[in-house]
Design a binder for this molecule. Structure first.
Ligand code: CP
Length: 310
């Protein structure tokens, strides 16, 4: 594997290989000395043109624990803020001898475009409303550890699907791994064209949270992305919570052992109540620590062999 741009790049066998490596990396997290020499001499650049807490810091720690040299560049504070183009920015950085480029960008397709310009291995850390493949990997890894296998398990994905790259990557990966997926959103936040896609890809759509929750083996709540909505958002915050939020009352509809996931950042009180976010069955923080292990595994698979070198 040269790049990780989309879940479409991954076979089921490769996903399971990444998960096996992630399990080894998870063990590293419990050690007193966490560093492994696997990427000694490699340079990884995290280039973030959109804000991030989890993805950026976990890729930074992942690279450092694998002994790579890691630097972080964000739009604010780089010459991108003076108008330098994306192409000039990545070519400039890669001229310094970069092996891995982890990129987040507001434009869908940006990571693939960058991969065509540079020799470095490119990881898509979120491109607009398109994909966030390492988030889907860490979500599936977390659920597989909890549920044993995803084959035949029912996962409900609920939230602002229109603006969600996490939904797009997750529905691809979860169905690839044999899960039965139902996606739920208000009509105004259900992506246009989802019906032909859902039929082809083999997932269900619903507008009725209360009907879906009792049958779910896991529930994934997604953030209402107000920053991507121009001119306000519909329904209103109150209507959204009443119709689609994982409220304290709706917690009672869930199977008692069904993991509650959220990729973060959470809008507490909007799509997820504090009672749900902090419930015993919430795996929100487990997703974060799994994310570190999975990102270590991804960097290892991309960069530890000869193929990964620039
Ligand atoms: N889930 C996720 O991508 O979080 P960040 O935006 O904090 O990286």
């Amino acid at each position: 594997m040269k790049h990780l741009l989309s879940i479409d790049d991954l076979s089921v066998d490769l996903v399971q290989e990444i998960f096996e490596t992630a399990a080894d990396m998870h063990d590293v997290q419990t050690r007193e000395v966490k560093k492994l020499p696997a990427l000694r001499g490699r340079t990884v650049v995290n280039m973030f043109f959109e804000d991030s807490t989890r993805t950026r810091s976990s890729f930074e720690i992942a690279g450092k624990w694998l002994s790579a040299d890691v630097i972080n560049i964000s739009a604010k504070g780089s010459s991108a803020s003076k108008g330098e183009s994306l192409r000039d920015t990545v070519l400039t950085v890669c001229a310094m001898g970069v092996d891995g480029l982890v990129i987040r960008h507001p434009a869908s397709g940006a990571a693939r475009q960058v991969s065509e310009w540079v020799d470095a291995s490119v990881v898509n850390a979120g491109d607009g409303m398109h994909e966030h493949p390492t988030q889907a990997l860490l979500d599936a890894y977390t659920l597989q550890r909890r549920l044993g296998s995803l084959e035949g398990r029912h996962v409900a994905i609920i939230g602002d699907l229109t603006h969600s790259r996490v939904f797009r990557s997750n529905v691809k990966l979860l169905t690839k791994l044999g899960a039965q997926v139902t996606v739920v959103a208000p009509p105004t936040l259900m992506p246009s064209g989802i019906e032909p896609w859902s039929k082809e890809a083999g997932f269900e759509t619903s507008y009725d949270v209360d009907a879906v929750l009792p049958d779910a083996d896991a529930v994934m709540m997604l953030r209402v992305q107000r920053e991507r909505m121009s001119g306000g958002y519909f329904p209103s915050a109150r209507e959204y919570t009443v119709g689609y939020g994982l409220t304290k009352d709706r917690l009672a509809l869930l199977k008692p052992d069904a993991p509650i996931c959220h990729p973060g950042p959470m809008n507490r009180g909007l799509e997820i109540a504090a009672d749900a976010a902090d419930a015993a069955q919430s795996v929100v923080l487990e997703q974060v620590s799994s994310g570190l292990a999975v990102r270590m595994a991804v960097l290892y698979h991309l960069l530890a062999g000869e193929e990964g070198s620039a």
